[in-house]
Design a protein around this ligand. Structure first.
Ligand code: NAD
Length: 422
């Protein structure tokens, strides 16, 4: 097992193995089952040529890893980024297995990606790359096998190209092959805001468990994109004062609370230079994380709570909207300092949960109202929170270990009853 004290970096596969081993050490599960469910079931690597608009051609590397399919089809996003490699995709696929299991939806985990630089690519290059990559991995994806979704640098438009490409080869329209599609081709109402909504539901449950009335409390949010922006809005609807928010260009801070509606999504600091300005001062991302507040929501990058700042975090609750925002080293410090951390596999599981609703609607050829989506999301998130919280109390482990224990137990049980083929 890796020594946690030496571990403060961002290697996602090692981080996964560390979380897994720690949680497994609290469980009484057969070694062969632990071995089986820790590692990916299937890994698919492809190389394919892409012709760029200027006529030159490059060979690109793409991956799809199905970490686990014991509880249902594999599920997880596709990312386009220069840092994509097999190890990263392996780790992200494993996180999806535990995320789906912790909220008890009938999916395994998967992830895919293409190593590329979408910032320097045209829309038509991205479309051609998407269609070719999907064709390459089409033998292993499908509504009953493995269902991709958006991730870093992929969006509803990319999902629409995937539906189209897959459907052309099948000969009929298959909306259920991906989630996160535009609504006009079978996307679900409520998907856009689902991760933020789910995160806020877990924050409400945490506040209740800790005897904290959210009305009048304070929050700080790092990242003001899809997740951070809507989290800020939902929290302020609950009477929470948002003291600071940030993007990649820094943040804005007002000790009396920000006017969230006056801030532009993604880069709120741009409001400081806008005509008329806003009642706020500028703050760095690093200082923002250490502000005194009740709730801290990292909703941007991994590894932002680490050895350097863990002892200076003053929040009472951390809701991990981002994936992997806390290094394993910082995890222990926060726990020792009495900070209540809602781990990423629980706090940001609202997105995949509503993706599951989208797939259910596609399968049943039905459409739910946004009210149905939000009500069902609430019941799933609050049940999962309570189950993790009960393990945290009963076994005296932090919420992350408790969440992994619950998820590993569920996947191990599926393996035990399914047995070994042949
Ligand atoms: P996004 O691209 O919509 O927004 C990202 C935000 O982070 C932007 O405001 C950007 O300015 C900011 N940012 C980028 N670099 C930064 C830096 N160095 N310092 C501070 N802020 C920076 O992304 P998103 O969809 O909101 O995802 C945010 C996090 O939540 C990611 O970790 C993602 O993996 C995780 N997540 C998202 C979903 C989802 O449904 N969108 C689901 C689960 C987890």
């Amino acid at each position: 097992m890796i020594d946690k004290k030496d571990y403060d970096e961002k290697r996602p596969l090692e981080m996964h193995n560390l979380h897994f081993d720690l949680a497994a050490s609290h469980l009484d599960i057969e070694d062969w089952i632990l071995d089986k469910i820790k590692h990916p079931r299937r890994e698919f690597s492809v190389k394919f040529p892409l012709r760029f608009d200027d006529g030159h051609t490059e060979l690109l590397s793409g991956y799809r890893v199905q970490h686990n399919t014991l509880r249902g089809p594999a599920k997880g996003g596709i990312r386009y980024h220069p840092s994509v490699d097999l190890d990263e995709v392996r780790a992200l696929a494993a996180f999806m297995t535990w995320k789906c299991a912790v909220v008890d939806i009938p999916y395994g985990g998967a992830k895919g990606g293409v190593q590329c630089n979408p910032d320097s690519m045209s829309q038509s290059e991205i479309e051609r790359m998407t269609r070719r990559f999907i064709w390459e991995i089409s033998p292993i994806i499908g509504p009953e096998k493995d269902i991709p979704a958006p991730d870093v640098n992929t969006n509803p438009q990319v999902m629409a190209w995937i539906v189209d490409t897959y459907s052309v080869f099948k000969g009929y329209t298959c909306p259920g092959v991906v989630t996160g599609k535009p609504e006009c081709i079978g996307g679900s109402k409520g998907r856009l805001k689902a991760t933020a909504r789910g995160c806020v539901y877990t924050l409400q449950e945490a506040a209740r468990a800790l005897g904290m009335d959210l009305d009048g409390k304070t929050a700080v949010i790092q990242g003001f994109g899809n997740v951070g922006y809507y989290t800020a809005h939902f929290l302020s609807e609950l009477g929470v004062k948002i003291l600071a928010v940030s993007g990649s260009k820094g943040g804005v801070y007002n000790a009396n609370g920000l006017d969230i509606d006056a801030l532009p999504q993604y880069e709120p600091a741009l409001a400081l230079n806008a005509p008329g300005g806003i009642e706020a001062e500028s703050i760095s991302n690093e200082d923002l994380l250490c502000l005194p507040c009740d709730i801290l929501v990292p909703a941007a990058l991994e590894g932002v709570l680490n050895k350097a700042n863990a002892n200076r975090i003053q929040a009472k609750i951390v809701g991990e909207a981002a994936n992997g925002p806390t290094s394993p080293f910082a995890d222990d410090i926060l726990h020792d300092n009495g900070v209540f951390v809602i781990p990423d596999i629980l706090a940001n599981a609202g997105g995949v949960t509503v993706s599951y609703f989208e797939w259910v609607q596609n399968t049943q050829k039905l459409f739910w109202t946004e009210e149905d989506v939000n009500k069902t999301l609430w019941s799933i998130m609050s049940r999962a929170f309570q189950q993790v919280y009960d393990i945290h109390r009963k076994h005296k482990v932090n919420m992350r270990v408790a969440a992994y224990m619950l998820a590993i137990e569920r996947v191990a049980e599926a393996k035990r009853v399914r047995g070994i083929f042949p």
